[in-house]
Design a protein around this ligand. Structure first.
Ligand SMILES: O=P(O)(O)OC[C@H]1O[C@](O)(COP(=O)(O)O)[C@@H](O)[C@@H]1O
Ligand SMILES: [Mg+2]
Ligand SMILES: [Mg+2]
Length: 338
């Protein structure tokens, strides 16, 4: 690497100096998240050697099988964030209820919600997985434990969103509302170093990502849209390419860089969709919008949805702006394939 090395910490400090969006020790909070993700990355990479592949034998609040690495990632994030006085409450896809700060530790100004290990059903096959997170300011009075109200904020209120992808390299991508920045973990000295400054997603993509095995269970407009893009893509006059890993963070990351659309529609089997508003849709929606793309639930902008429950599910359509606009025409039944 030539030129100056910009670590994650340096980037956050410089960005907050220019655009102060956070009110407390935000850099310290982000360092805690980064530290947890380095531990998770280490364990994901060594999973085959450490007896942490496979299932725990329990099922989470979502009704999904909990993998050993889900549990490890969840506990690691909680332990990294519960004692430094930055957070007042947390929520996680893997925890039934809100996660309070233990009495012996000081309370902070921030609320952190996360999907500790996304795509974990693929983990035993060495497929890329990730951690997704959002940070909010607390809305309940300071000095008291945070509550569920702090966690149920509109996505628009996020002060930071990010993900860490444990792939061929480990990358942390984040936004505080001033663009999207990607950092690659240099394992030799254990630092996240800026590798992808100011990520912008193409206005129009060539990739679509959807689990087509559910085709028969979708509503007609989604079927029509998928049929359409498989035949001919309006702009390029050729079909779009299908790419679906089944690990949202990986599908999203690829589409963010190359352009495209990810769809997880409602279906007869899952009328509200599968993905979680708080832990998956909101953070990725904030990131995609900052990169010039869009995210909707089929009726409205994801970031405007007012959450009612911690583990609320939502349909998700996310990606390049022109691709979302075309999908919207189908959803409003303005456009149909003959
Ligand atoms: O197998 P399906 O129904 O296509 O679902 C895949 C989706 O489920 C998820 O695995 C859900 O996330 P978790 O692994 O965090 O439960 C997403 O990563 C992925 O996009
Ligand atoms: Mg997930
Ligand atoms: Mg998960």
């Amino acid at each position: 690497m030539s030129g100056k090395i910009i670590t994650l910490t340096r980037h956050i400090i410089e960005e907050q100096r220019k655009y102060p969006t956070a009110t407390g020790k935000f850099t310290d909070l982000m360092n805690d998240i980064a530290f947890a993700s380095k531990l998770i990355s280490y364990h994901v990479n060594k999973a085959g050697l450490m007896d942490i592949l496979g299932e725990t034998g329990s099922v989470n609040v979502q009704g999904e099988v909990v993998k050993k690495l889900d549990q490890f990632a969840n506990e690691t994030l909680i332990k990294a964030l519960d004692h430094n006085g930055h957070t007042c409450v947390m929520a996680s896809e893997e925890s039934d209820d809100i996660i309070p700060i233990p009495d012996e530790y000081p309370l902070g100004k921030y609320v952190v919600v996360f999907d500790p290990l996304d795509g974990s059903s693929n983990i035993d096959a060495n497929v890329s997985v990730g951690t997704i997170f959002s940070v909010y300011h607390r809305v309940t009075p300071e000095g008291r434990p945070g509550s569920v109200k702090d966690c149920l904020q509109q996505g628009l209120k996020q002060i930071c969103a990010g993900y860490v992808i444990y792939g061929s390299s480990t990358m942390l991508v984040y936004t505080t509302g001033n663009g999207v920045y990607g950092f690659t973990l240099d394992p030799s000295y254990g630092e996240f170093v800026l590798s992808h400054p100011n990520i912008k997603t193409p206005k129009k993509g060539k990739i679509y990502s959807i689990n087509e095995s559910y085709f028969e269970f979708w509503d007609e407009p989604v079927k029509q849209y998928v049929r359409y893009i498989k035949q001919v893509d309006g702009d390029t006059n050729r079909p779009m390419n299908s790419r679906y890993i089944g690990s949202l963070v990986s599908d999203f990351h690829r589409n963010l860089l190359y352009g495209g659309i990810f769809l997880y529609p409602p279906s007869k089997k899952a009328p509200k969709g599968k993905l979680r508003l708080l832990y998956e849709a909101n953070p990725l929606a904030f990131i995609v919008e900052q990169a010039g793309g869009r995210a909707i639930d089929g009726k409205q902008r994801i970031l405007e949805v007012v959450p009612k429950e911690l583990h609320q599910r939502t349909p998700l359509y996310i990606g390049s702006a022109d691709d979302i606009a075309l999908l919207e025409k189908f959803l409003s039944s303005e456009k149909k394939v003959d």
